[in-house]
Design a binder for this molecule. Structure first.
Ligand code: ADP
Length: 350
């Protein structure tokens, strides 16, 4: 019986009892016509129907309530927030159907949760694999240099200083990766407290450009402001973190820039509520198939070039995290062989 409520079951059961008794009474009356009155043949089954209906419906409700309550309770206990919890059950209504619906919803939620956990697990495994892979190379290099030095290389004037410098360079690389990972972890778990202040983004960008000019010059790349963008703008944010964003973006424009004829342009645009900061280059560009994943940790569009430049694939992930903890957005436009533009917004100071 589909969708049977305690009332329906009680009604059917009482009707069956009343019918059986009325058939028996009828037979008795027919066999012994003077033994009982007609009203008794009608009244007894009617009384039985009403009496058993009340007994049944009460017993069933109590029984169902106890069983279903257990199911409800387990759903209730596993649901975290108040809004998620099932409404107070109404036994008089279709309790089985309600419970069934609730169990199905609960099952769906659990499946969703399991899928999410599996994805996280996969993500964690991938992340650990990447960390291991990135640290493996410098560790093996350091080991190689130290062993060569210990096996007599230390006395060899031709290599001793060179190998020590190479070992130091690899230690520096490892430290940089660990520092970058620490920064991402801090930004992700929310333990990072932003030190927000009012500052001039034009002044900050000028400082970053000046600090990277020598590096850019070595590759024949010019660092400049876009025409008409040499203006002061007061913004609100964590100055040190925004400096890192500019540093990472301008460094990338040098790393992946055009040698000798390269140009990096920094643009500052007033968008009323916020300031849009753009860093454009005329470098190697990024293939459109890589663009959606470019901000992921360890993701590289051009693996060989990135490694050659000492990149670890963490720079843009840090940029995205920093911009997002400021509740702002970062975006990228790029054409392979033509150039790349990264843009991010900052809250304008009033
Ligand atoms: P990396 O340490 O490898 O530079 P990033 O996270 O800074 O890591 O950048 C991720 C990848 O995005 C780089 O490996 C590179 O392939 C690509 N990329 C970033 N910036 C640029 C750019 N300005 N021009 C071309 N490719 C870029």
């Amino acid at each position: 019986m589909k969708n049977a409520t305690p009332n329906v079951i009680a009604r059917i059961s009482s009707s069956i009892i009343a019918s059986i008794i009325s058939i028996l009474l009828l037979l008795f009356k027919l066999i012994f016509p003077h033994s009982i009155q007609w009203w008794v043949v009608i009244a007894i089954p009617l009384f039985l129907f009403i009496f058993s209906y009340f007994i049944y419906s009460n017993l069933l409700e109590k029984f169902m309530y106890r069983k279903i309550k257990l199911i409800y309770k387990s759903i209730y206990d596993t649901k975290a927030s108040e809004e998620e919890r099932p409404e107070k059950m109404n036994v008089k209504k279709n309790v089985i159907k309600d419970a069934e619906k609730e169990v199905i919803n609960w099952q769906k939620d659990k499946l969703k949760e399991i899928r999410k956990q599996k994805k996280l697990e996969q993500y964690r495994k991938e992340f650990l694999g990447n960390v291991f892979h990135e640290l493996k190379t410098p560790i093996f290099n350091i080991q190689g240099y130290l062993e060569t030095l210990l096996e007599g290389g230390i006395e060899d004037q031709a290599i001793n200083m060179r190998f020590l410098q190479k070992a130091r360079k690899n230690v520096k690389r490892m430290t940089e990766i660990v520092d970058d990972l620490q920064m991402i972890a801090n930004l992700e778990d929310g333990s990072f407290s932003l030190i927000e202040e009012k500052f001039d983004i034009y002044k900050l960008a000028t400082d970053v450009i000046e600090s990277l000019e020598m590096r850019a010059g070595k590759k024949g790349i010019k660092l400049e402001f876009k025409e008409g963008c040499e203006k002061s703008f007061l913004v609100i944010g964590d100055r040190e973190l925004i400096q890192q964003v500019l540093n990472n973006l301008i460094t990338n424009s040098i790393k992946y820039g055009k040698e000798e004829k390269g140009k990096t342009l920094v643009g500052l645009y007033d968008m009323n509520e916020y300031i849009l900061v753009e860093v454009s280059d005329n470098g190697i560009g990024i293939d459109s198939k890589h663009l959606p994943r470019i901000f992921e940790r360890f993701y590289r569009a051009d693996k060989a070039r990135s490694r050659e430049m000492g990149g670890s694939g963490l720079g843009l992930s840090i940029v995205k995290h920093i911009v997002e903890v400021h509740n702002q957005n970062v975006n990228v436009r790029s054409t392979k062989g033509v150039g790349t533009t990264f843009g991010f917004t900052l809250k304008k100071a009033k």
